[in-house]
Design a protein around this ligand. Structure first.
Ligand code: MOS
Length: 758
């Protein structure tokens, strides 16, 4: 078997190829803007060239004179027709571009031009002239006019700063200490598929085709904004060309396009330019960190303090609060944390792959590496000394924690024992070779989910759940779960997802989907099994008559108990049914009584990894080899090895793909990605894929993913810990560690650039 499809171990599923692999590689998978829509009109956004101030006048005469222009919607034109967008609970921001004349950020939508063709709409949009009363904007950290507020309590997502023990007293006893600051930049998603919305009304019902990670949430959010009942709204998102949070919360454009279509009495499509996506979509906010870590000479950490600052917009308190994870990472002794929000004249940030962990664990793991150096300890051994089966904040046990198994397996595969300790001690001609490592961690979150499964007498299975194929392979693993529980071949399962008319599933975010969807599918399948088993044991003269249902199993289309078997089709015939359909509602342990009702209303009710009697996290260890040219300081990542333990692996092939993609993203985070801002105008500068750097094939050489066997029955019925966001967490710090090993330069601010190493 080749590397792309690793052999399953222990409780891992089969490495089957994706259900939609062929559709995707042949281009047959239709993304929302590809769907043909009859008589569709094309919309183009007009956006603000200033970051702060007021729109005083919009001049649209020249634009209206362009042949083919159908409508121009501007500030004030939606009053009474459209509710303002809300921040939180499926909405990306409270900034209401066509309700207000206030300009909150660069590139804010100020008007929408609708025309017969995209070309006409683009030409007219370029002719719309706006007058502004401009004010001096604050771009972010260090700018005059920013406002800094405590994050705790500013958002329901971050109720308090985790802490334990007396940090000051413990810090005073430390024999070795680290006291440093770290930072991460603004990053933008840049998915391959451009952002788009297509809205069509028919008889009072609206269908919105838009790539989404949350069709049910958006349906409800959109209904509120359009002032219609949710049953008149349908959101369809069959395939998604890059999500990772960028299509999690709904942005204000969606309702504006739906409103434009209603007003025009004709379908309207808007494909947002890549440049405009930088300001009309969401992004990862820049962060700063101050870490104090105190240890004894034997390597035990006795005091840990993590203070973070995150950028957000003026009106919305978006917070990631990664101290929730860093404070629980090792057996620290005393812990103190604090998170603040820095409010500036910026669009509201939001999720981007491992929103809390990418910046916060980068800071922590960089500090861990610095401490290992200060202690003259091997960084792996330093983690081993501080490994813990009990998290330090509330003293709760981890449901499972295979961190050191990950380190050991990755170190072995990487050849860590070949590393020589001295700075710059490993060379290959003109190249300085550095080796480093860091921990990857992501909480095991899980959310309420529903699914419907139908088994027909000819052995076909249909699974329906309103989840989203964002590239993770969720359709494939849901099919695997159904095939396994119903004893059927994988190819007999058909999966429908990505449509708000299906039984609702949670937002495909927070690495919850495999755990949540598979738990719901499993429950529906088990209800079908129960009906089949009941029929089999209660039959008058069947081969399984009189047995207890608990003694039965199902495999290869047959109900089995030892040597006694009955074909599923037989049992169904006796039941007098051609099909069995079951709908199941799965709510994680500890959910509220309204969990499923809230899911239908599009209200997120996720159970987080740190909640419950045991804390639940997935772990990994990543090792990186860098080669830095002696003279030019060009940095190449020549090897990446990651070992990850994430409970039950439904499919080693799709799991490996996600982890590998995450590690590569981590290289981008370490060496390439940053959205630059002109600090004077508070406008983004490098708003395209030519100037916003991401790793390409030539940047990535050897990537090895190891799946460490782990069984965890506490996390959820499926036994699955999410791993969609795990892979990119450790990489940036591992690269920083390797760069230090090669050059002796400790880079604390991402990305690491040539000029930092000269
Ligand atoms: Mo993921 S950033 O939670 O969509």
């Amino acid at each position: 078997m080749n590397e792309a499809a690793p052999l399953p171990k222990g409780n891992m599923g089969e490495p089957v190829a994706r259900i939609d692999a062929r559709l995707k590689v042949t281009g047959d998978a239709r993304y929302p803007a590809d769907l043909p829509v009859r008589d569709v009109a094309h919309a183009v956004l007009v956006t603000s060239p200033i970051a702060r101030g007021r729109l005083t006048q919009l001049h649209t005469e020249a634009a209206r004179a362009v042949p083919g222009v159908l409508d121009i919607i501007a500030a004030g034109d939606v009053d009474g027709e459209l509710e303002r967008p809300q921040f939180g609970n499926s909405g990306s921001t409270s900034i209401a571009p066509l309700h207000d004349r206030r300009i909150w950020h660069d590139g804010q939508i100020v008007a929408l031009v609708v025309a017969e063709t995209f070309e006409a709409a683009s030409e007219a949009a370029a002719l719309v002239r706006a007058d502004f009363q401009a004010e001096e904007p604050s771009s972010g950290f260090g700018s005059p006019g920013i406002e800094i507020i405590p994050a705790a309590g500013a958002s329901p997502l971050y109720p308090e700063n985790p802490e334990a023990g007396d940090f000051d007293a413990a810090w005073a006893t430390a024999e070795i200490s680290i006291d440093e600051t770290y930072s991460t930049p603004t990053q933008h998603h840049n998915p391959m598929e451009l952002f788009s919305t297509t809205a069509s009304w028919f008889d009072g019902d609206v269908t919105v085709n838009e790539s989404s990670q949350n069709v049910t949430g958006w349906k409800n959010t959109l209904a509120r904004q359009l002032k219609v009942d949710p049953e008149h709204v349908r959101v369809v998102s069959p395939y998604v060309g890059g999500a990772f949070g960028s299509r999690g919360p709904m942005t204000p454009r969606t309702a504006i396009i739906a409103h434009a279509a209603r007003r025009l009495g004709r379908p309207v499509r808007c494909v947002v330019t890549r440049k405009q996506a930088y300001t009309t979509q969401t992004y990862r906010a820049e962060t700063r960190h101050h870490i104090r870590m105190g240890a004894m000479k034997d390597g035990r950490i006795v005091a840990f303090r993590h203070e973070g600052w995150e950028l957000t917009s003026r009106p919305d308190n978006y917070v990631v609060g990664g101290t929730g994870t860093t404070a629980r990472m090792y057996g620290y002794g005393a812990v103190e944390t604090k998170v603040s929000l820095v409010k500036a004249d910026r669009n509201t940030p939001s999720y981007m792959r491992s929103p809390p962990e990418t910046p916060y664990v980068y800071a922590l793991e960089n500090a861990m590496d610095e401490m290992a150096v200060a202690l003259a300890m091997d960084p792996v051994e330093f983690r081993r000394v501080n490994d813990t089966m009990t998290e330090p904040i509330e003293g709760k046990p981890f449901s499972s924690r295979s961190l050191m198994e990950c380190y050991d397996q990755a170190a072995e595969a990487f050849g860590w024992n070949r590393r020589t300790r001295g700075i710059g001690s490993m060379r290959d001609g003109d190249w300085l070779v550095g080796m480093g490592c860091a921990t990857a961690v992501y909480p095991t979150n899980v959310a309420p989910c529903t699914a419907r499964v139908r088994l027909t007498a000819d052995g076909r299975i249909r699974v329906q759940s309103g989840s989203h194929e964002i590239g993770t392979g969720i359709r494939t693993v849901a099919a695997q779960m159904a095939a396994e529980r119903l004893g059927a071949p994988f190819w007999s399962v058909e999966v429908e997802m990505g449509d708000s008319s299906l039984p609702p599933a949670p937002v495909s975010g927070g690495s919850t989907s495999t755990a949540s969807v598979c738990s719901a599918v499993m429950k529906a399948c088990d209800a079908i099994r129960a009906r089949l088993f009941h029929a089999a044991v209660t039959a008058n003269d069947g081969p399984l008559s009189g047995l207890a249902p608990a003694d039965l199993g199902i495999a290869d289309g047959r109900i089995v108990a030892g040597a006694r078997v009955e074909a599923v089709a037989n049992a169904m015939e006796r039941m007098g049914v051609g099909e069995i359909e079951e709908y199941a509602e799965f709510a994680p342990e500890g959910s509220s009584a309204d969990a499923i009702a809230n899911l239908y209303k599009g209200k997120l009710e996720m159970r987080m990894g740190e909640e419950g009697a045991k804390v639940k996290y997935a772990f990994g260890a990543e090792f990186v080899e860098v080669r830095i040219h002696r003279l030019t300081r060009e940095t190449r990542v020549s090897r990446l090895v990651g070992a990850f333990a994430a409970g039950r692996i439904m499919n080693p092939r799709t799991a490996r793909s996600q982890l590998m993609g995450g590690m590569i993203w981590g290289v981008g985070c370490a060496l390439h990605e940053a959205t630059e801002m002109d600090r004077h105008s508070a406008r983004y500068v490098n708003t395209d894929l030519q100037d916003y750097l991401v790793p390409v094939n030539a940047d990535i050489q050897d990537v090895k993913v190891i799946l460490v066997e782990e069984k965890d029955t506490d996390v959820n019925p499926a036994g699955v810990k999410g791993l969609g966001e795990l892979g990119n967490v450790g990489t940036p710090a591992a690269v920083a560690s390797a760069v230090y090993h090669a050059t002796g330069k400790r880079i604390r601010d991402l990305p690491i650039r040539i000029e930092d190493l000269l």
